[in-house]
Write a protein that binds this ligand. Structure first.
Ligand SMILES: Cc1cc2nc3c(=O)[nH]c(=O)nc-3n(C[C@H](O)[C@H](O)[C@H](O)COP(=O)(O)O)c2cc1C
Length: 178
């Protein structure tokens, strides 16, 4: 595997082998900014969540579809994927703590977080910037992850909020430049 390094003294870019070191790949990929999706449902009466920066919107508009990739090692996904409907909450710029809590392996992921359950069991995080109610339509293996395509059955937006942005392992807020 190769990686484009910063400009060399001769101002040419060159490709550097990173030998597929996962940490190098992760650091390089982290230069791509993303939003943060909290994917949640109530499964067997228990609020269940994972957080995904791999979330991507606009995969299809008719019908509306979105996607994310989940680690094959995830212990939560096998439970979450059993839900008939998944809630997707695109977190807002005030929700970086909520993001870390929802991704935690040691804390109660929902302690102190306000949520709303839909009739179909999807779980939405309050104070997010956008909410979707989705159904899993396909899962495709992709290396150490699985790509999950979701069909959107319901959506809502909060026009007055700014999304949380994840870039180089830090949280940011958006500001318009044009
Ligand atoms: C900012 C951030 C982004 C993440 N993005 C992803 C992702 O895209 N896919 C994924 O599988 N896990 C992602 N995670 C990790 C999961 O949210 C969660 O921490 C992990 O699944 C917990 O392990 P478990 O599934 O075994 O409970 C992310 C975590 C953080 C903090």
């Amino acid at each position: 595997m190769t990686l484009v390094s910063p400009a060399q003294p001769d101002h040419a870019y060159r490709l550097v082998s990173v030998d597929a070191e996962p940490e190098h790949v992760r650091a390089a990929m982290g230069r791509f900014p993303s939003g943060i999706a909290a994917i949640c449902a109530v499964v067997d009466g228990v609020r269940t969540a994972i957080v995904a920066s791999s979330f991507s919107a606009g995969v299809s508009y008719a019908p509306p579809m979105v996607m994310f990739s989940v680690q094959k090692s995830s212990t939560t996904w096998p439970t979450l994927r059993r839900a008939a409907r998944l809630g997707v909450s695109i977190l807002g710029s005030t929700q970086s703590d909520a993001c870390m809590q929802l991704a935690s392996r040691s804390r109660d992921r929902f302690d102190g977080l306000a949520t709303t359950e839909t009739e179909a069991g999807a779980l939405l995080i309050e104070e997010a910037t956008m909410w979707l109610e989705c159904e899993v339509v396909s899962t495709t293996p992709a290396g150490d992850h699985e790509i999950v395509v979701l069909q959107v059955h319901g959506m809502g937006v909060a026009d007055d909020r700014v999304p949380l942005v994840y870039h180089q392992r830090r949280f940011h807020s958006l500001h318009a430049i044009a």
